[in-house]
Structures are given as C-alpha cells and as structure tokens.
Design a protein around this ligand. Structure first.
Ligand code: FAD
Ligand code: NAD
Length: 467
C-alpha cells in the first residue's frame, strides 16, 4: 500500500494549492479528485468559465452599444453562441492543463476517484470503473468544496430549472431567464445573458441585491444593471417553479403576500452554495458537520481528528477561491511546523459585473454594529479623466477610516477595473495604513487608481482635490 505524508481530498483552489505548498515543503503528497479534470468548481464550473463568458458578452455589448460613440462603425454584430461556449471550454481546458503540469512538476501523485475515510489515516479511492484502491497518509486535508444550495419547493431538473453549472453550458441562447437570487452568481450570469439579448429577471428575497456587501455598492450596481435592462423583484419570496416543457413558470410572493408569476425559457437557481461532504465517511472518524453542513475547524483549520484538516468552501467563511487557496497554504505551512496566519477580514470580495464591485474590510453596517466611530470619504468615478476617456463613468470609491486614528477600516468600490484596484486597498490595510497615507502616495495619472487616492483624501479631512 502506498504511504504519503499528506493526502488532499479535492483538487479545487483549496486542494491543489495545499498540495503544491506541501510538496514545496518536502512532503510526499497525493491528491484525490473524483472528476476527470483537476481544478474543482473554480476552474471547471465557477470562476474561470464565468469570467470567460463575462468577457465575451462584454465585447458584444460594447460592439453594439459603445463602439459608435468611439467612432467605430460596424454594420452588424452577430452572436455565435456555440463558438462562445466553445471558447469558454478551451479556456477551461488550458487552465486545467496548467494544473496537471503543476502536479507533475511538484511530483504530486494524483488519484482519480471518490475518496473516503476508512480510518483517520486510511483512505479508500473508488474509481469510476468500480475498482477500489487504498492508501495510507499521516496527515489528510479535506478540500471537497461546495455544491449549489437547493430550495425545498423547487426541483432542479438541469434542463429548464438549472444551477450555475448548466447556465455556463446552455445549448442555446435563451430569450428569457428568471434568476432566483440577486447575489454574486445571479448578477454575474444575469449580466452575461442580458448583454447577449436575453430578457433577465432577478427575484431576490432581501430588499437589496448583493446584500452582504456595502449598501451603497448594491444600490449603485442595481442602477447600472437596470440600465442594462435587468428587471428586479426585490423582497419577493419564491414559492415554486414548474417546468412546462419549453418554459418554466416561477411563482413568488411580494411583501404584501400578493402572488406574481414569471414565465421564462430557463430558471437559474442561485441562492448560495452548501458545503459538500457526501459519502466522505466522516462518521467513521468521528468528524461532525454543522447545521450548514460545514466541517468544524479550529484556528489552524484542524478538525476534531488531530491529523485531519479542512480548507475552502467546506469550512466556515467566504466561499471564495483565493480564501480557499490561502487556507491550503496555511495548513501546509502549519503541518511543516511554521506559524502562518490569515487575516480573514482582509480577504477581498469581487463581483465581476459591469461596473465591477470590489470590497475589503468592514462595511458601514458592520462598523455601526461594532460601535466603531468612523469617517467616510468617497469619490465618484465620473470625476476622473481616465473614466471619461474610456466612457466608464459609473461608480464610486468609498474609504472608511477610524475617526480617531485615521486607520483604514474598509474600502468599497464600484467602477471600471475595481477587481484589480482593490489590491491596493488590501496591501494598505495589511500594513495598517491611514487614509492620509494613501492620500499622500503618488498615483499615476490618468488612472482609475486616482479614485482611491481621492477617496482617501476625502476621508482624511475632506481634502479631495477633484470634486
Ligand atoms: P472546489 O473548488 O469546490 O473543489 C472541490 C473539489 O473536490 C471538486 O473538484 C470535487 O469534485 C472534489 N471532491 C469532492 N468530494 C470528493 C471526494 N469525496 N473525493 C474526491 N474528490 C472530491 N470564487 C472566486 O474567488 N472568484 C470568482 O470569480 C468565483 N466565481 C464563481 C463562479 C461560479 C459560477 C461559482 C459556482 C463559484 C465561483 N467562485 C468564485 C467560488 C469558487 O469557485 C469556490 O470558492 C472555490 O472553488 C472553492 O474551492 P475549494 O477548493 O474549497 O472547492
Ligand atoms: P450568494 O450568497 O452570493 O447570493 C445568494 C442570494 O440569493 C442572496 O442575495 C440571498 O439573499 C438570495 N436568496 C437566498 N434564498 C433566496 C430565496 N429563497 N429566494 C430569493 N432569493 C434568495 O450566493 P450565490 O450567488 O449562489 O454564490 C454562491 C457562492 O459562490 C458565494 O458565496 C460566492 O462567494 C461564490 N461566488 C463568488 C464569485 C466571485 O467571487 N465573483 C462569483 C460567483 C460565486
């Protein structure tokens, strides 16, 4: 029987990154993945394919709506949806091939099959052909990720009533789509389809979209997405969805308990994701899951079994690829005797709509709840020369700083390239910068980064220069 120092179950951004770091630190490492393709949700049916379709649909949208103003006249722009989906698949294949290469380069053994515990140090690997292999491992890292959450009143049939996985590979461009959930997946995939001409309606249970982010971001994003044509039904409670063959009827109750019915070719259910531990054999090793199905871990991501760790979507915290990867690195380094640390408050969150939304640190609501006195500086993107040059004037940057010390406590932004701009805020906050620090750092002109400098100046002493 093969013996390893560390075995990781699951090859998503939590699992494969943990494996690489373990191998770098000299451990004999194996990864077990039940699918044929490495990379997990993120590479196969998550981050990468959704961004590929967001980019393709944005090109189309710009061609038909914005090129003319730039002085570029095209007679017509047509969508070849099959080609768009094929390009997305190629991007996945290239990215997955990159992980295969990294596994080989780092001499990590990859087992294809369903992994489960026989004992705290013994794992079974069941392959698709029905055969089974067993391996022994001193340490084991569970990185089995998550699956879409379901509504008890709605049966996902994967044909008309679908999850994000099917929405990334539809056989045709829909004319209409109802999306249940105004969170990250709903708004990113809703943007893809609305840009391509699908009439998209979003039903959201809360009274705002992206409810976990700063309120101003949700309001501003909703304004932009309404301009794009997406219809919103906020404060609506979905009661059911029926597949009628060629279309779906979704019913919901509004605040006054009045029923609405929406018909569409597809209904995408995007109400969150649930930790995945099915048939993992956790009962055999005495590891319990929480009410939400997550594996409980301590600050070192160690489970109740001393030699077993868990990282990524399967444990508490934001369900984000980069959070999973940081945790993978943390566990590898902890096992190697180092003292790694993650500041969970500084894991940035990004929504890849247009404009993009990005955020790090506390929201205003959280600061109020914590009773922390703070000051706000904000700066509108439309006041930037760079934004006017590219015609991307929607959005703002908001800096929240401690009222007494001026330390930056949160940065929230919506606008062009916010996904990349947020990195500066993360670095600043990791080094516990004050708003004035950012305000005094030279930012190249003309760039979108100037909006962060100006918002920081606004927070310092209302010293923004260009408003
Ligand atoms: P996963 O990526 O889910 O990987 C778990 C792996 O474990 C899977 O490959 C699974 O097959 C395997 N597995 C499970 N059980 C077993 C078993 N018993 N034996 C063997 N293998 C097993 N996050 C971002 O940060 N940015 C984004 O832009 C982004 N976009 C997203 C878009 C969509 C549509 C979705 C659905 C998610 C998106 N996410 C994004 C979230 C991101 O994909 C997850 O947070 C991330 O993949 C979690 O990584 P993980 O390693 O914990 O789990
Ligand atoms: P989410 O938590 O972002 O949004 C779910 C939304 O559905 C919320 O607004 C919630 O209020 C709403 N909702 C819940 N129950 C409902 C109901 N019964 N009726 C109507 N609305 C309901 O979850 P998601 O969009 O499914 O995404 C899942 C996870 O994947 C997220 O945690 C996210 O972190 C991750 N993800 C990240 C990215 C990114 O980083 N850009 C992109 C996609 C997904």
């Amino acid at each position: 029987m093969e013996k390893y120092d560390v075995t990781i179950i699951g090859s998503g951004p939590g699992g494969y990154v943990a494996a690489i770091r373990c191998a770098q630190l000299g451990m004999k490492t194996a990864v077990i993945e039940k699918y044929n393709s490495l990379g997990g949700t993120c590479l196969n049916v998550g981050c990468i394919p959704s961004k590929a379709l967001l980019d393709s649909s944005e090109h189309y949208h710009n061609a038909i709506h914005n090129f003319k103003e730039h002085g570029i006249e095209i007679s017509e722009a047509n969508i070849n949806f099959t080609q768009m989906i094929e390009r997305k698949t190629k991007v996945i294949d290239q990215t997955v091939a990159g992980i295969d290469f990294l596994m080989k380069k780092n001499k990590i053994t990859v087992y294809q099959g369903h992994g489960s515990f026989i004992s705290p140090i013994m794992l079974s690997i069941k392959k698709t052909d029905g055969t089974e292999e067993q391996i022994e491992s001193t340490k084991i890292i569970i990185a089995t990720g998550s699956k879409p959450a379901m509504l008890p009143s709605i049966a996902i049939d994967k044909k008309r009533i679908i999850t994000s996985t099917e929405a990334l590979s539809l056989p045709e461009l829909p004319k209409t789509m109802v999306i249940i959930g105004g969170g990250v997946i709903g708004l990113e995939l809703g943007s893809v389809y609305q840009r391509l001409g699908t009439e998209v309606s979003v039903i959201e249970y809360m009274d705002k979209i992206i409810p976990t982010m700063d309120d101003d971001m949700g309001k501003e994003l909703q304004r932009s997405l309404k301009k794009l044509g997406i219809k919103f039904y906020l404060s609506h409670k979905v009661t059911g969805a029926i597949n009628n063959g060629d279309n779906v009827t979704v019913s919901a109750l509004d605040k006054k308990e009045q029923e609405i019915k929406l018909d569409a070719e597809y209904c995408l259910v995007a109400i969150g994701r649930k930790a995945y531990t099915e048939n993992l054999g956790l009962d055999k090793i005495g590891i319990k899951t929480t009410e939400r199905g997550q594996i409980e871990v301590n600050d070192h991501l160690q489970t109740s079994a001393e030699n077993i760790y868990a990282v990524g979507d399967v444990v508490r915290g934001a369900m984000l690829a980069h959070k999973a990867s940081e945790e993978g690195v943390l566990v590898a380094e902890y096992i190697a005797g180092q003292k790694p640390h993650i500041n969970y408050n500084l894991i940035p969150g990004v929504v890849y709509t247009w404009p993009e939304v990005a955020s790090v640190g506390y929201t205003e609501t959280q600061l109020k709840e914590k009773g922390i006195a703070y000051k706000v500086g904000s700066f509108p993107m439309r006041a930037l020369g760079r934004a006017r040059a590219s015609m991307d004037i929607d959005g703002l940057v908001k800096v929240l700083a401690d009222k007494e010390t001026d330390e930056i406590l949160g940065v929230h932004m919506i606008g062009a390239r916010a996904a990349d701009l947020i990195a500066e805020a993360v670095v600043a906050m990791e080094f516990r910068a004050s708003a004035e620090d950012i305000g005094r750092i030279s930012h190249a002109h003309p760039t979108y980064t100037e909006a962060l400098k100006e918002a920081a100046l606004a927070a310092t002493d209302n010293r923004a220069l260009h408003v």
